[in-house]
Design a protein around this ligand. Sequence first.
Ligand code: CMC
Length: 431
Amino acid sequence: MASERKATLIIEGREPVDFDILSPVHGNDCIDIRTLAAKTGLFTYDSGFMSTASCQSKITFIDGDKGELLYRGYPIEQLAEKCNFLEVAYLLKTGELPNPKQKVEFETIIKKHTMIHEQMARFYQGFRRDAHPMAVMVGVVGALSAFYHEAEDFSDAEHRSISFNRIIAKLPTIVAFAYKYSMGEPFMYPRNDLDYTANFMYMMFGTPCEKYEPNPVLVHALDTIFTLHADHEQNASTSTVRLAGSSGANPYACISAGIGCLWGPAHGGANEACLKMLEQIGDVSRVPEFIKRAKDKNDPFRLMGFGHRVYKNFDPRAKLMQKVCSNVLEELGLENDRLFKLAKELERIALEDEYFVEKKLYPNVDYYSGIVQKALGIPTTMFTCIFALARTVGWMAQWEEMITDSEYKIGRPRQLYVGTPRRDVRALAER
Ligand code: CMC
């Protein structure tokens, strides 16, 4: 990766200093400034990481201008069409797609770990019924470290693998239990005769009173949603997981930190916010009014599900999600769904509007995912939990990569201090 090319830093009154320029497989070259502070006593200032690569990674690549997303080199469109979510999980974990034997072995391992400790199931009782399920998720996933700690030598590849499999297997159960608890319905224990996503739907929507057989079209749609959300490079929650993990923290605690970060409306909370926005707009006739508000600098309103830090052409996941959305609505006979029609019209108008064109603001993955999930019967407050369930695969793969990186160091950014200069504390009577 190192190259002969150098970037030279010239600071007035000082000797020029050279830095290597690193060339990645895909993407922007990077100036390696790791020795900057030692060589010059200077730091760089880059709040929001607008120009900073925080790590090297082999997992996911995004070309924001082309609208391309690759997991381990494979385009997301091909993975969504040809693989199921567990194959994608295997790919993100190991770097390769499974062959038929590996696929069966992996699925079998995951199925064997779907139950959670019975005492963990009781842990839910401590939460209020009206707690946001993401708050419950932060607590319960963090608590996994209290229940499963026999494999916590994270320098051991086998222990890391056990943790990966365990959390991937248990997340659907944890999410479904959070839902059931909020509804006051009994927990449905996993059914290992069902595939990963079908089992999740069973635990969500089944009840002990009647037989529930998941609809294969809807299962496929949800499985695709999982695949589309499985990883996304060094976004805020993934960086949170890496930063938390860089101290050597337990991976379950790191995933819990990632869930907390994902919850925000600028990140995973956007699909929930998007659906609320569509409800608020209510009717196609009011679209111009809301487009006007989104463009008004003095109005905090933004079009939720629009815009992305990296995608400046289109978000390939949004295109796939729109297709999933149509399939689900067709299957359920909801082609004339009011919100879907409204979303399409809002998208059409925004994409023709100079403001959105100029700022390169396109629908992101969250734009249609709320409508699909609503159609699937998933309540709004659960949307981000579904995102978290899927993204846990990416988080764990990124955590593993960080732990095994030979250049691995605890994450410790510096700062530009702009507070009060040094001063002395006066005695209380003199203040
Ligand atoms: N509606 C209206 N204006 C917008 C929007 C929007 N959704 N997004 C960005 N802008 C404007 C923003 O006001 C700014 O204008 P100006 O240059 O005049 O100050 C300009 O576009 C650049 O915006 P930014 O906030 O500096 O861009 P960013 O890269 O820091 O933020 C973003 C990216 C996703 C946080 C932002 O586009 C946004 O808040 N979108 C709505 C929330 C959303 O849909 N989030 C989901 C992201 S995808 C899923 C995920 O990864 O979690």
